[in-house]
Design a protein around this ligand. Structure first.
Ligand SMILES: CC(C)(COP(=O)(O)OP(=O)(O)OC[C@H]1O[C@@H](n2cnc3c(N)ncnc32)[C@H](O)[C@@H]1OP(=O)(O)O)[C@@H](O)C(=O)NCCC(=O)NCCS
Length: 261
């Protein structure tokens, strides 16, 4: 395949956790016990629910994509906290990213390093934040400036999650084109950050939210194909081919293998 034919495939799922107190049983069955325990450390019930839903959905989606049982999917983190999938031998590459805000959970899976962010559009001093963090980015023009701020914010955070380094970069040096649903490279970026090989696109997460997804390790000729599905929580598992029979071990015995690149 020539470089001109290269395609990055991104799958995004949004889940609405509003008016729920716990995971539906089918989704709870795909939640790794370690992530269940991690969620108990969060103080707010909504945050605990969101984290559980995110990791249960991530395992279910990764299992469906890999054709294995959810128990065969292991989840680790690199030293910066970026989630890493541990897959049975011979499967991949498969990368993941998670975000949660308000009553929304966003999960992204891709064959390239991926980052996703979602934020609730709320009343903040967006002018001061724009001035501090995004002094060189395009202005809102005919958009509501508050929503515009959250579009820029989520696009930048998605990019930072895709490269996985956290927020230690000088954010004002990361300058974007006007946020768009079409994947775009940044205008300029901190030297040596790897952000030159990234693309980002805004998503439509529903009223009151802004979201974006980014991929890294792509060049200008790479086509990025993204699918987005929004599910009510109860519907998620019913629509997902989670338990497709697989030709390899599905007892979780491979789940501890090294992350695959
Ligand atoms: C990861 C981070 C960047 C985002 O956190 P957040 O906005 O509070 O929360 P989100 O829901 O969007 O994302 C949390 C998820 O990001 C993932 N994550 C954590 N560190 C990560 C990293 N280095 N790279 C990629 N993903 C990471 C985890 O999956 C985490 O979920 P978990 O805590 O349930 O395991 C966080 O480190 C942070 O510092 N946030 C501050 C926000 C900010 O200043 N943004 C600047 C916008 S330009």
């Amino acid at each position: 395949m020539s470089a001109a034919d290269a395609t990055a495939e991104v799958q995004v799922v949004m889940l609405d956790t509003g008016r729920k107190r716990d995971l539906p049983p089918a989704l709870a069955a795909t939640l790794p016990p370690a992530e269940d325990a991690r969620a108990t450390t969060l103080r707010q019930p909504q945050d605990r629910l969101n984290r559980r839903v995110a990791y249960a959905a991530l395992c279910a989606l990764a299992a469906a994509r890999a054709g294995v049982a959810p128990g065969a999917i292991g989840i680790g983190r690199d030293t910066n906290g970026k989630p890493q999938l541990r897959l049975p031998a011979g499967i991949g590459p498969l990368h993941a990213s998670l975000a949660h805000a308000g009553t929304r959970v966003a999960v992204a899976l891709a064959d390239h390093a991926v980052g996703i962010d979602i934020e609730r559009v709320g009343a903040i001093d967006h002018q001061a934040l724009l001035h501090e963090y995004f002094p060189h980015d395009p202005e809102a023009a005919d958009h509501d400036p508050q929503t515009w701020f959250f579009h820029l914010w989520t696009a930048k955070e998605a990019l930072l999650k895709a490269i996985g380094t956290g927020l230690h970069l000088p954010l004002h040096e990361l300058v974007l084109h006007p946020p768009s649903p079409v994947f775009q490279a940044p205008v300029s970026w901190p030297a040596g950050s790897g952000l030159g090989q990234t693309r980002v696109a805004t998503l439509k997460p529903g009223a009151g939210y802004a979201a974006a997804v980014a991929v890294s390790g792509v060049d200008a000729s790479t086509r990025v194909r993204c699918t987005l599905r929004t599910w009510p929580l109860e519907q998620f598992h019913a629509d997902l081919p989670c338990h497709r029979p697989a030709p390899w071990s599905t007892d979780g015995s491979d789940a501890g293998s090294s992350p695959r690149k």
